[in-house]
Design a protein around this ligand. Structure first.
Ligand code: GLY
Length: 431
């Protein structure tokens, strides 16, 4: 079949890589893709949010399946546009993707369905929000309602910080219209983890749990980024916790969406806080996570193209998914200065050395070709993933690979996976 991947980041490179491995895929395209994806298929210059452009390309080029990566494309209605032409798409409709693109919708749905999440209130006037913050105190979390490129969630340690956050989001409109409404919610204490589940809109099948590292610096300090690295499987969610997450969180959410006349079909990403009261939802996302996809998909044994085509037809696999008995770690290599300002156009060296390493992948996130050379173009430049028999081994191999990459002012966190290692050391060993 002919498959079109929508998006241009590390997640989409990982999706394209997983699809390319399938014998079912004849021609692979990406809109717009990136230089990494270009090694796997043809990149066409259509932006992910151009729903009509993507649907038109799919129609004119005999595309059998469109796999949508980014949230913005889902909000723009790419799946609706593609399906209206009778072409299969993997991903939820715009109405179903509201579980991500409106925090207000998502939190209200969780409350109505009894899904564990932090207590919250919704505001469209800054004075009301300020009064609420004064009333409940800090720490507290301010969330812009709409999509804000992963930056719309502000964790505030003091009331003063929360007041500043409200001013930035609601008055100065730092995130544009995304700040028309805000959710102000209680701070949750615990460790974060991510669970992806594929669903046909009725039934659910979990993927292996993973853990992202959002802050820019070691020890989870500094401002939040799109994600500086990930590993899988994470010991933060054991089998029992995963069952709990499925029964108390993911299945009720899927039932809740169906009940609201917007069945969710595709990949539901559940961002969790593992609190002393059990798992609670930080956020639902309507698509694969980035960089978590770069560790989850390389561990999948099953044919990914068959899996996502099946879901696009409303079919879940009859057997649970199979996974390699290995661990994967992804270290994001970023431009120095990110998530603040940084310079593009730095020549990237050393990627060739990674090709000789087994089970090591360099997923392109912010790269471009300039005068025939690969250069940086973005904050997160590459996601370097390595597989090994255990987490320690995959971390060591990922850092060995990262050590071979060079460009001016390169930056990466040096503690990706360390929380996982600490957790494993606390688990009593049997035998
Ligand atoms: N890993 C965070 C996200 O994909 O939203």
């Amino acid at each position: 079949m002919n498959v079109l991947v929508v998006g241009k980041g590390g997640r989409e490179h990982a999706l394209a890589w997983a699809l390319r491995r399938s014998t079912l895929v004849e021609n692979l395209y990406a809109a717009p893709g990136n230089p990494g994806v270009a090694a796997l298929g043809a990149c066409v210059s259509i932006e992910p949010e151009d729903a009509d452009g993507i649907a038109g390309f799919a129609r004119d080029n005999g595309i059998d399946l469109v796999v949508v990566g980014p949230d913005g494309a889902l909000e723009a209605g790419v799946v609706d546009a593609v399906e209206s032409l009778g072409i299969r798409a993997f991903g939820p409709t715009r109405a179903a993707a509201e579980i991500e693109w409106s925090k207000v919708f998502s939190k209200q749905m969780m409350r109505e369905e009894g899904i564990p999440t932090a207590a919250f209130a919704v505001f469209s006037d800054v004075e009301g929000a300020r009064a609420y913050v004064n009333d409940v105190g800090a720490p507290i979390v301010v969330k812009a309602d709409g999509l804000a490129a992963g930056k719309g969630v502000l964790v505030c340690r003091t009331v003063e910080e929360a007041m500043r956050a409200l001013d930035e989001v609601m008055t100065a409109r730092l995130f544009g219209d995304a700040g028309e409404h805000v959710v102000v919610e209680a701070y949750m204490e615990g460790e974060e983890a991510s669970v992806f589940a594929i669903t046909d809109g009725e039934s659910v099948m979990p993927m292996i749990p993973s853990q992202d590292h959002k802050p820019i610096h070691e020890g989870d300090t500094g401002p939040n980024t799109g994600g500086m690295g990930a590993y899988a499987p994470t010991p933060v969610i054991d089998e029992r916790a995963l069952r709990d997450v499925l029964e108390r969180i993911i299945e009720p959410a899927v039932r809740g969406m169906k009940k609201r006349g917007r069945p969710f079909r595709g990949l539901l990403y559940c961002g969790l806080m593992m609190t002393s009261d059990g798992p609670m939802v930080v956020e639902f996302n309507s698509r694969f996570g980035d960089p978590e996809t770069q560790v989850v998909l390389p561990l999948l044994e099953d044919d990914f193209a068959e899996l996502v085509y099946g879901i696009s037809e409303g079919r879940l696999p009859s057997e649970p998914l199979s996974w390699k008995r290995k661990a994967a770690t992804c270290v994001v290599v970023a431009s120095g200065g990110y998530p603040g300002s940084y310079e593009d156009g730095k020549k990237i060296h050393g990627l060739g050395a990674l090709e000789a390493m087994d089970d090591v992948f360099a997923f392109h996130a912010g790269t471009a070709m300039k005068d025939g050379r690969l250069v940086t173009r973005g904050g997160r430049v590459l996601g370097v993933t390595a597989l090994a028999d255990d987490l320690r081994g995959s971390i060591d191999r990922a850092y060995e690979a990262v050590g071979r990459i060079r460009f001016d002012n390169l930056y990466y966190r040096r503690d990706i996976g360390a929380k996982g290692l600490r957790r494993i050391a606390q688990i009593p060993q049997s035998g």
